[in-house]
Ligand binder design. Structure first.
Ligand SMILES: *Cc1c(COP(=O)(O)O)cnc(C)c1O
Length: 389
């Protein structure tokens, strides 16, 4: 049973803190390891499987598309791609008219940075402290965490970081060379910090006045996660550019950068071999239709409220604060999160960290209430254990 773990350890670059499990099967909010043990998956591939593991509708769409046409570059038109593009424009804020399809969140951010420079002729970006936008050189330049960046400098120049939710700091950071402001509505990797409505209203107004582009990164918050289809809806954001990935295609790799009509683009300025791949488009289309038909944003909202009501975090000595919006949940501890995350896994619940002291839950939005109850019970039990260090 350990053979696969040994094989991965031997042949894979050691870039992940391995969790010691070999996952081989999933069904909705549950996953099973190779020894047949069942886990409630509140990591969801880092907030990817909003529609549940092995979603039958997505599986059928993938199987059909795989037998029809797997690849088709952007030089040719494709039926599934056309339908997905139209759907994305229908469900996102009204300011967005066009889509660039790619394969990950970082790629969506890379595209955003390039098109912001191309459109404005300016070079610089204002981003938030604790913000996370990906691991490629451009996206990493926009990411705050110095530990992720220090070994890879020099990165792309022109990035300034200001405290999140602090409008006057952001205002002061704007210069004549600022092409765009780039923000998450809810900071995910940075510890689940929720953007204030008045902050984003002011940012949006400032960007309009100063003719600076507003880039919103909803890679983690999109597709129902926060209790709305997009977290931008909470603050009525009309961004110039919107970055999407994670939940877009039920776990099939896909990213998207959406933009307003004022963004400049022409053949040769950017591209991707796999971007807009029909297999991923078929999965994306099926996933979004499933999200709409089952009203998953509303389900996420209600399940988030249920969690908030029944998980009595404030009664646990180790808990500093619970931050929750829909089914994006961060439990900030007074101690290191890792021992608790490990203990939860031993109890059959998979969660992920968001920084050293935050336990983060990003379960499928389709999670059953009975499983949510089990998660709440086990969280209460494990976080209540005083012996964990
Ligand atoms: C995960 C994430 C990214 C990067 O996405 P990848 O697909 O891992 O490249 C970018 N922005 C946010 C907000 C994310 O949560």
């Amino acid at each position: 049973m350990k053979a696969f773990q040994e094989m991965e350890d031997q042949f894979s670059l050691p870039l992940f803190n391995k969790r010691g499990l070999t996952l081989v099967r999933g069904e909705n909010a549950l996953v099973w390891d190779i020894e047949g043990r069942r886990y409630i998956d509140c990591a969801g591939g880092h907030g990817v499987v909003n529609v549940g593991h092995a979603n039958p509708r997505v599986a059928a769409a993938l199987a059909e598309q795989a037998q029809t046409l797997i690849t088709c570059t952007g030089s040719f038109y494709n039926d599934k791609r056309a339908l997905l593009l139209k759907k994305l424009i229908e469900i996102t804020p009204a300011s967005l008219d066009k889509v660039f399809l790619c394969n990950s969140g970082a790629e969506a951010v890379e595209a955003a940075l390039k098109f912001a420079r191309l459109t404005t002729g300016k070079t610089d970006f204002v981003c938030a402290r604790r913000g996370f936008h990906g691991r490629t050189m451009g996206a990493l330049s926009a990411t705050f965490n110095p530990n992720y960046k220090k070994d890879f400098e020099p990165l792309v120049p022109g990035f300034t970081f200001v405290p999140f939710n602090d409008f006057s700091a952001l205002q002061k950071a704007i210069t004549d060379q600022t092409a765009a402001v780039l923000l998450e509505v809810v900071q995910g990797e940075g510890g689940v910090h929720i953007g204030r409505k008045d902050y984003f209203e002011n940012v949006q107004k400032l960007c309009k006045e100063r003719e600076i582009l507003l880039i919103i990164d909803e890679v983690q918050t999109g597709f129902g996660r926060t209790g709305r289809m997009f977290a931008s809806e909470y603050v009525d954001l009309q961004p110039d550019i919107l970055c999407l990935a994670k939940g877009i295609a039920a776990g099939v790799p896909m990213g998207a950068m959406l933009c307003s009509a004022k963004i400049k683009a022409s053949p040769g300025k950017h591209g991707s071999t796999f971007g807009g791949n029909p297999l991923a488009c078929a999965a994306g289309l099926a996933a979004i239709e499933f999200i709409e038909e089952h009203n998953l944003p509303q389900q996420a909202f209600e399940k988030g409220q249920y969690f908030k009501k029944h998980f009595k975090g404030s009664e646990l000595a180790v808990v500093k604060e619970v931050r929750q919006i829909g089914l994006m949940i961060g439990i900030e501890l007074k101690k290191k999160a890792q021992p608790y995350i490990k203990a939860l896994q031993e109890q059959g619940v998979i969660v992920i960290p968001a920084g050293p002291k935050v336990v983060r839950l990003l379960p499928p939005l389709t999670i059953e209430y009975e499983l949510l109850d089990e998660v709440i019970d086990k969280l209460t039990d494990v976080l209540g254990q005083t012996t964990l260090q």
